[in-house]
Design a protein. Structure first.
Length: 858
């Protein structure tokens, strides 16, 4: 194992670790934003000696870094929100939400009487119960209640709101055990009893007393709880009272005002149901919100809200298994052992880092899932019913209360429910948007917080912005299909499509279903009837030429049975056949320049030219406080599906680079945000690439000492482009003039580098990222060789064992593609997981190899 300290302008700015694995097992990319400072140097040796490999088999990145969990597409569509007449004044006519095909949503309850609804639980009587956290966060507040929402007629709408308990202090979480109702208050857990049988639980029996509470101004006053019935115990979380502080030196909020020492701050506690055996289950927690037990393993899962002051991009929020004795990272690290930025004045109170700290960090495990910073994941619920399609069985649903809007730090859309798919042990995790649509521009009318499930398998979601509870159901129509749709195809290709649909469930008394195939997403016919072949099965076959631009496109099966309908949706990535040119002899058609006050641009100067007759000059005149920016803006958004990199020619000119910055980013113009401390924060674009720093492979993006034209190629994966691309942004604080030309998006299946002017650029050895990735049946691996010769392409598992040789042949120099179908050298399907592909080929510098990773999902 190797520890890396990266120095930038004399300051330690990155600490990461790389395990000593074979070359073929090196990660294809790190999203490394771990920040440290000289105070941490003494801790490095201890961490390096103690850092081990992950116990998980799907390890795609190194300790000291993090990577957001991959997302999959559930093909959300607008679904009308069904609103009972008595709730109609609270919702605009025609309101919709977005859900996967086959799902419906209606308002279950909406009234001022809901108060401040938070977590939900379905009672043993089949009634939905709500924790109303009204009244403030101190033990004296006594304004919280527990509400019951019976639906006696089964119409999917609550008949009334019944108060079953009150005089509670910040009651955020409730649960049942053997018919008894438990409630977590800010300072204790109580059992609520109805001794006189009138339906109101007037007796509060303290089960877990003296949970550390906090004064006004301190953070995280809610106490979330779940009962582990199989082991007759309960878990309750105790958040940190501050943004970042050591729990033995706790302070109030962002201040330095101390609180009495208490070892239970920043922990999850466990106790028997009578309160005995109380102890710390896990530590290193800022604020856990959601808790649930996985139905397969019984293990405790939690969602976590992380610290505030490291900007809009950091740190990611985790969703993870929490085991006995776990240290979850706070206040030292985030992601997977990535150090908090202790250069921030507010965070230097954590220093110095001790040997004990290093030992704890060495035991910090990689989270099962990471989502974007400041999204504030709330409740988590593992689905146990059978109403939804089979792929949702034991999937996790997570309420997301945060998101991008004025005054919030988050940079991505939120205010939604996401689905969490993966193995019960937390490996192979993927996430997907499940319920969205609560935001229109900056107006947010719903912030999901609680999730529950009834005995029929319907889901319930509470929101505390516009207090309401929504009921999510699924169509009576349930079907599966088998098909030969490719995961990706070149635009203009000819497809022969065939498949079979199996009807698993129909609506009662609604007649025979009608099924049709919609190929309009690929430029084909919109309705091709399916043919019944018996046994509730239907078949289709069609021929078409793909006549749509690159991007993600859908093929649909429409199923209609009387008043019921559903869709089966398959996604196909249509790949481009040519580069997108943004800059060539000035802005290409459909592109224009925009720039800030401290930048000037000559789009078509003739003094320093790369090829053709003109090139673009950018002159920075930084004020010393604000930098400059220059943006190449597309008149229409450009899909990046099927493109691998952004390439351009660069000449350093007379610009001054020493001690300055020059970065490249895609999308995300600057914006001012509130950072939680009452004043604005200047937000840089998400995942900018510092062109003056080394690339992940150690080479330079730019050699500013070479006063000549050079080619810069930045993988879109490094830039983390979010579809679609709207602008290319150069920004920094350099002074003087530099030049750019020939900026283009390079296709994954591109031919050799395009000739520019009269002299072609030389071919370059390159191994591209496979697509699609992750994949299910096959993945295309693009590569380029710069010499004729023997080429070898092999697949290895994550342990470095060879799986199959995909290609071993003599190839001419140029661009090539090979396909791996997820099978080993004996033709047997291999298991889901992360694999490494390695290319070996001759180059002008001798025999060269390159590796990347790809993920197979069965």
């Amino acid at each position: 194992m190797v520890a890396r300290l990266r120095m930038q302008r004399g300051v330690v700015c990155e600490l990461s670790y790389t395990l000593a694995l074979p070359d073929s097992s090196r990660p294809q990319r790190e999203k490394t934003k771990a920040m440290t400072n000289p105070f941490l140097r003494i801790a490095v040796a201890a961490v390096v000696l103690l850092t081990g490999t992950s116990a998980r088999g799907d390890d795609p990145y190194d300790p000291g870094t993090f990577r957001l969990t991959p997302q999959i597409d559930l093909h959300l569509q607008a679904v009308p929100l069904e609103v009972a007449p008595r709730f109609s004044t609270a919702f605009a006519e025609g309101t919709t939400l977005r859900l996967p095909p086959g799902f419906q949503v209606n308002v279950f309850a909406s009234a001022a009487g809901l108060g401040y609804p938070r977590e939900l639980v379905m009672g043993p009587d089949g009634v939905l119960y709500v924790a109303d956290a009204s009244g403030g966060g101190q033990r004296e507040s006594k304004g919280s209640r527990v509400l019951a929402l019976p639906d006696r007629d089964g119409d999917g709408v609550a008949d009334e709101i019944v108060v079953v308990a009150d005089s509670l202090s910040m009651c955020y979480s409730i649960d049942f055990h053997d018919g008894d109702l438990y409630a977590a208050e800010t300072h204790q857990v109580v059992k609520l009893l109805d001794l006189d049988g009138d339906g109101f639980r007037e007796t509060h029996v303290v089960v877990v007393p003296d949970i550390p509470d906090v004064p006004p101004g301190a953070f995280h006053t809610s106490r979330n709880m779940i009962i582990d019935a199989a082991n007759d115990r309960l878990f309750v979380q105790v958040g940190s009272p501050c943004d970042l502080c050591r729990q033995q030196e706790a302070v109030i909020g962002y201040t330095t005002e101390p609180l009495p020492r208490n070892s239970e701050y920043g922990t999850i506690l466990v106790a028997n149901l009578d309160g005995s055996g109380r102890r710390v289950w896990a530590s290193g927690i800022r604020n856990v919100v959601g808790l649930d037990l996985h139905p397969d393993t019984g293990e405790l899962w939690a969602t976590h809200n992380h610290l505030d002051l490291m900007g809009s991009e950091l740190p990611p929020e985790w969703i993870d298994i929490v085991r006995d004795g776990d240290f979850m990272g706070y206040p030292l690290v985030y992601g997977w052992r990535a150090w908090v930025d202790f250069n921030l004045p507010e965070y230097q109170k954590i220093l110095p880092i001790t040997r004990t700290d290093s030992l704890m960090v060495a035991n910090h495990k990689r989270p099962a899932a990471l989502v974007n910073a400041h999204l504030a994941p709330m409740a988590i619920h593992f689905y146990q019913g059978d109403l939804l399609p089979p792929e949702y069985h034991h999937a996790g649903f997570v309420a997301i209360r945060g998101g991008r809007t004025a005054g919030n730090l988050a940079t991505v859309p939120g205010f939604k429910v996401i689905a969490l798919f993966g193995s019960p042990d937390g490996s192979d995790t993927r996430i997907a948007d499940f319920l969205t649509g609560f935001q229109s521009s900056d107006a947010v009318w719903g912030k999901p917080v609680g999730i529950a499930e009834d005995g029929q398998g319907n889901l319930y979601v509470s929101t505390n912005n516009g207090a309401a509870i929504y009921r999510i159901s699924f169509s009576p129509l349930l079907a599966t299909w088998e098909h030969n749709l490719p995961e990706s195809v070149l635009s203009g290709a000819t497809l022969e499509i065939a498949g079979t649909v199996h009807i698993l469930r129909l609506g009662e008394g609604a007649g025979a279903p009608e099924l049709s195939l919609d190929l309009s997403g690929l430029g084909g016919p919109a309705s091709v009837p399916l043919v019944a072949v018996g046994d509730s099965s239907y078949q289709f076959a069609s021929h078409l030429v793909v006549d749509v631009p690159n991007g993600l496109h859908e093929v649909q099966i429409r199923i209609v049975q009387g008043q019921y309908s559903n869709r089966l949706v398959g996604g196909v990535a249509v790949l481009p056949t040519a580069d997108v040119v943004a800059l060539i002899d000035g802005p290409a058609p459909g592109w224009r320049f925009e720039h800030s006050t401290f930048a000037s641009i000559e789009p078509r100067q003739r003094e320093v030219v790369f090829a053709g007759e003109v090139a673009t000059s950018i002159t920075g005149t930084s004020s010393g406080i604000a930098g400059w920016r220059a943006e190449l803006v597309a008149s229409e958004p450009v899909s990046t599906v099927g493109y691998k990199s952004l390439r351009f020619a660069f000449h350093p000119g007379d610009a001054q680079f020493d001690g300055h910055s020059l970065s490249l980013a895609i999308n995300n113009p600057s914006q001012s945000l509130e950072n939680g401390r009452g004043y604005g924060q200047f937000q840089l674009p998400s995942v900018p690439v510092d062109l003056l720093s080394p690339r992940p492979d150690g080479r330079l993006w730019l050699d500013v000492e070479r006063k000549e034209w050079q080619i810069v190629e930045v993988p879109l994966e490094v830039l983390q482009v979010v579809e679609p691309m709207e602008r290319v942004r150069l920004f920094g604080n350099t002074r003087g003039t530099f030049y750019i030309d020939e900026m283009r998006l390079i296709t994954s299946a591109a031919p050799s580098i395009t000739a520019v002017g009269d002299e072609p650029l030389p071919l370059a050895f390159d191994l591209g990222q496979s697509f699609p990735n992750p994949f299910n049946s096959s993945s295309v691996i693009p590569f380029r060789t710069d010499l004729d010769g023997d080429v070898r392409l092999e697949i290895f598992d994550i342990m470095g064992r060879q799986v199959v040789t995909v290609l071993a042949d003599f190839l001419a120099a140029g661009s090539h593609r090979a396909t791996w179908h997820g099978r080993d050298d004996k033709g047997r399907p291999v298991a889901s997981g992360v694999y490494v592909y390695r290319l070996q080929a001759p180059t002008v510098d001798g025999w060269t190899q390159a590796t990347h990773k790809l993920a197979l999902l069965r």
